[in-house]
Ligand binder design. Structure first.
Ligand SMILES: [Zn+2]
Length: 159
């Protein structure tokens, strides 16, 4: 029995070290192992891993861009209408390219907003992707369509 304090070799049955008086421990069964620490008290090793943020749906982004393009086309149409209204007094406009400007541009705006609205709705049906752009696209396209459908309705009623 080796003394843990002075390393003197005592008799195996000794209770105390004959050299220094240190109490000699019999070899006891190993104490039960402590339970493994739970995840809550586990020490953090390195930075915590955040799950990657889901991407915005590309169709949602396309919907948003189409909505902006549609609004710009509508504004061009309104600008042209204002120009026609003002030039009616001065006679400055000779009617050149009237069909192109007065029909094609609003039609393009209508189709652009309709396509954007459809893309936005499709994008919101896709799971596990952020819907910010899609919702913004639906709002822009929907508001643009609603505004100009009401404007057309007002023009139709006033005629
Ligand atoms: Zn000792």
């Amino acid at each position: 029995m080796i003394c843990p304090r002075c390393e003197f070799e005592n008799q195996p049955e000794s209770l105390f070290c004959t050299e220094c008086g240190q109490r000699l421990e019999r070899s006891k069964p190993a104490p039960p192992e402590p339970p493994p620490p739970g995840p809550d008290i586990a020490p953090h090793i390195g930075p915590t891993q955040e799950p990657p943020l889901p991407r915005n749906h590309p169709l949602g982004l396309a919907s948003f861009i189409l909505g902006i393009v549609g609004v710009i086309l509508w504004l061009l149409s309104v600008g042209f209408a204002i120009y026609l209204f003002l030039s009616a007094f001065g006679g400055g406009y000779d009617g050149e390219n009237f069909e192109v400007i007065a029909i094609v541009v609003p039609t393009l705006a209508l189709l652009t907003n309709l396509a954007g609205l459809v893309l936005g709705i499709v994008a919101t049906t896709q799971q596990a992707l952020r819907k910010g752009h899609a919702i913004a696209g639906i709002c822009v396209n929907g508001l643009s369509l609603a505004t100009f459908l009401m404007l057309l309705l007002a023009l139709y009623v006033s005629d």
